[in-house]
Ligand binder design. Sequence first.
Ligand code: NAP
Length: 314
Amino acid sequence: MTSAVVATAYGGPENLALIDVAVPAPGPGEVAISVLACGVNPIDTKVYRGDFGTDPAGLPKRLGFEAAGVVTAVGPGAVGPEGPVAVGDEVIAFRVTGAYAGDLVVPASEVVRKPASLDWPQAAALMLTGATAVHLLTATAVADGDTVLVHGASGGVGLMVVQLAALRGAQVIATASEKRHGLLEELGAEPVTYGPGLLDRVRAVAPDGIDVALDLIGNDEALEVSLALVADRERIATIANFAAGSTGIKVLGGGPGADPGDEVRAAARVPLARHAGDGSLVVHLGATFPLAEVAEAHRLQLSGRATGKIVLLP
Ligand SMILES: NC(=O)c1ccc[n+]([C@@H]2O[C@H](COP(=O)([O-])OP(=O)(O)OC[C@H]3O[C@@H](n4cnc5c(N)ncnc54)[C@H](OP(=O)(O)O)[C@@H]3O)[C@@H](O)[C@H]2O)c1
């Protein structure tokens, strides 16, 4: 048996509970993992808040899409993207379901090696934001010399986009609250405060124009400013505004009518681990919580006061 987090009803974090679940032996192509850290993402609160429906048949609902830990058993033919997986391997599991647990049995295809230099919380918090960032940059063909406007650059996805865009040779204009400007400057971006007057502030810091706009927020301001600055709508993408498809921009992710980008996101995992391992990509951690304090972790996520990724420790 192992402990796992479930939502017992739709609503807020008061509906989260830790339950005992059986851990089956891994079948063909599967591995068992003793989990040492699980990454928390906004989607984890949205799935039981009711954003994707409130079907009672979906309860109790296991939570979490990414984790890191040590392989404890392997089924026959357990081969991941980097080759055979063995007992004792330190790994990152993404994308998996029900990742908030002490032990997991997952397809070996969802497992990549954890770089030795990465600690467990960083490893657990790398992939969902990192793969989303790669999808955004790939879908809009960001390349050397581009100037990229990122709405919501100080969040988990945003900090990945800022760093990965810089690795591609792009200049980043980053919207964020003022308290996050210092970090964005350290990462080489030009920070701009969001809110009324954003369009003029962006024009002032990017007089030669914006080539690409990436919306990680989903509000009217991000959409309107992006449309005003970027003529080529194929080079505007959102991961948070699923109603924006009618404007001709790219809508990415798991929402209705969006491009899930499964292949590009899966292919991003090994390069992301390599970048994080050599220090060219940093996972900015905010807070860690014991798995049993998941409700508190989600309250922090929902408050918007987290200063980096939130991680649960089984
Ligand atoms: N479709 C997909 O595939 C996909 C994948 C991952 C995430 N998402 C979604 O993308 C969004 C961002 O995810 P995340 O993990 O980066 O969230 P996060 O870590 O919680 O960050 C959210 C950030 O939003 C910033 N913010 C709040 N209001 C803003 C505004 N009006 N303008 C600009 N920035 C603002 C906050 O920055 P300040 O502290 O500076 O205010 C905060 O850092 C979420 O809605 C998430 O569900 C979608």
